[in-house]
Design a protein around this ligand. Structure first.
Ligand code: MN3
Length: 199
């Protein structure tokens, strides 16, 4: 099965009133994500990875410290990351299910502490990458940051929430203000029901 670009789970202009414009989603989904899908399919054709499940390809091609050399990894991981990212958002965000709020409070003390940690991880990622809320193999929740397309699958973690901090994700709407983009993401865009469903 080759990679396929998933449709957005909402209209391109559905997040515009909540800090993510139609123009951003047209570029980010229709052009950037599509490029990962198309390039991934070209690179995988005729290799041992052709027809393998996406998550298996991401895990199997990840080599710590050698990410820049792995075209298949970069495109497969970014395809996976973006497919999750679209699902993790909803217009205006959603209410947080109690089970998730309880788990976050147990791990971080307060909801605000979690949000501060997550925003700091995203703001502190030098260059392109992602901020994550993950469920680690021991069951605990943690905030992490990763470079480029690296994601929690590479470390045996479950991705509960991810935020793209590549410039293409925020430069149209927030210019260089990555911290403001992250705060807006947490306050106005997260589909917490989707996040909870990943636990
Ligand atoms: Mn992106």
């Amino acid at each position: 099965m080759s990679f396929e670009l998933p449709d957005l789970p909402y209209a391109h202009d559905a997040l515009a009133a909540h800090g993510m414009s139609k123009e951003t989603l047209e570029y980010h989904h229709d052009i950037h994500h599509k490029a990962y899908v198309d390039n991934g399919n070209k690179l995988i054709a005729g290799t041992e990875w052709e027809g393998k499940p996406l998550e298996e390809i991401v895990r199997g091609t990840y080599q710590a410290g050698a990410v820049a050399q792995s075209g298949i990894f970069n495109n497969a991981s970014q395809h996976w990351n973006h497919a999750q990212f679209w699902e993790m958002m909803a217009p205006g965000g959603t209410a947080m299910p109690g089970v998730l709020e309880k788990a976050i409070t147990e791990s971080f003390g307060t909801l605000d502490k979690f949000k501060d940690d997550f925003a700091a991880a995203g703001a502190g990622q030098f260059g392109s990458g992602w901020a994550w809320l993950v469920k680690d193999s021991d069951g605990s929740l943690k905030v992490t940051k990763t470079e480029n397309g690296v994601n929690p699958l590479c470390f045996g973690q479950t991705a509960l929430l991810g935020c793209d901090v590549w410039e293409h994700s925020y430069y149209i709407d927030f210019r260089n203000k990555r911290p403001a983009y992250l705060t807006n993401f947490l306050d106005n865009l997260v589909n917490w029901e989707n996040v909870a469903s990943r636990m």
